[in-house]
Design a protein around this ligand. Sequence first.
Ligand SMILES: [Zn+2]
Length: 268
Amino acid sequence: MQVRLLGTGGSDGIPAFYGNDRVSNYARQHRGKDLRTRAAALIDGTLKIDLGPDTLCQLNAHGLEARDWTALFFTHSDEDHLCLSELQYGLFPFVECEDLGFTIYANEAVCQKIEERYPKWPIDLVRTQKNTTYLHEGYSVTPVEATHTVGEECHNLVFAKDGCSFLYATDTGVYSEATFGALADRQLDALVIECSDGVHKTPYVGHMDVQQCVEVVGRLRESGALRAGAEVVTTHHTAGGGLTHAELEEILRPYDMRPGFDGMVIEF
Ligand SMILES: [Zn+2]
């Protein structure tokens, strides 16, 4: 399985859209791995996760085409993950296509927003629920419930195929016992997990700082959710978290974790 991180930033990216903080200004000056677009990922070139406002520039940056997607999975409906207007360009009159060419898998809130915006459009929508497995072209995909209190059931996603498995865990605080239980003993090969708050924890429980992220990863290792030696990479970083890419590398290294960056490819 190959996972390509297209974006590894939080809702306002890094440099933060209107930010004038140390991390944003460092990113403006040094660019490279310190530039982070809104969080998104692509599995094996065909399974797209989330459709944020940076999608077009991410495709162009990496020489990718949306027509290669067979499925688009949404984690939740926050606007850094669901940019509704970007769906319309997949259909006539923008292109000569009568359907999008991929299936959308999403929770109830995302499906409702898509249906309200495009009531008569031929969009293949599958409503997803936590702890239910969906089969798609040889992959099994199982949403688990994230801790992200925005009035809907937000999903983290387990992808499995041919004995390989992977958890994409963005936009979550510390998991509930139920979610830890749902993931126990899965022996996942890789984890991409959010670390939005860096070293500046905010009162909001729906994101994690470094300490919480390390604790969650520790529990996932102990419970057998992750196999020994599983790759652990972070995403959804914010400038408010207060850490540059190099500082994240240093703070995560003792825990065998690596900060993700835009364009990072993980294979397992
Ligand atoms: Zn987000």
